[in-house]
Design a protein around this ligand. Structure first.
Ligand code: FES
Length: 146
């Protein structure tokens, strides 16, 4: 059995895929892909991405409105800047930067989300499973400190 990378998709709820694609996202996503909807990509804290990685994600796709169509003016551009910086931090932690991808998608781009997911999955397969990040080192002897 071949390894299937675990992918987490953060999708802006206003990012309008074609009706067919949104239906596919909502009901037919492959089991290795988890969808998390957010009010705007600007609401994606880098900590959400870190939590996804700590939870076992091998790749992250952030999908939002086209730059000129963000419902919160330039929320998507700010998110892109912030998360691009965060990508460097992930690299510092030993993760390949191409595990994180952005996609601005509009309703007239039928099939685009499937292509983005396939491309990301291919990139992630090429680098293999993500390094698992330890959330908290156990104390000596298994005791916890309070
Ligand atoms: Fe969609 Fe801001 S409202 S990215």
């Amino acid at each position: 059995m071949s390894w299937a990378p675990r992918i987490v998709v953060f999708q802006c709820q206003y990012c309008l895929y074609s009706e067919v694609d949104q239906h596919w996202m909502d009901t037919q996503l492959p089991q290795n892909v988890k969808l998390i909807k957010v009010p705007c990509t600007a609401r994606i804290s880098p900590l959400f991405v870190l939590n996804a990685v700590q939870g076992g994600a091998d790749g992250i796709l952030i999908s939002g409105c086209k730059p000129e169509k963000c419902h919160f003016k330039e929320g998507n551009l700010g998110a892109r800047r912030q998360l691009d910086e965060f990508r460097h931090f992930l690299s510092y932690l030993g993760m390949e930067q191409n595990r994180l991808r952005f996609a601005w998608i509009d309703h007239d781009e039928l099939g685009r989300i499937q292509r983005e997911l396939a491309d990301l999955e291919e990139q992630v397969r090429a680098v293999g499973p993500a390094r698992r990040l330890v959330t908290r080192a156990p104390a000596a002897g298994g005791a916890t400190h309070e």
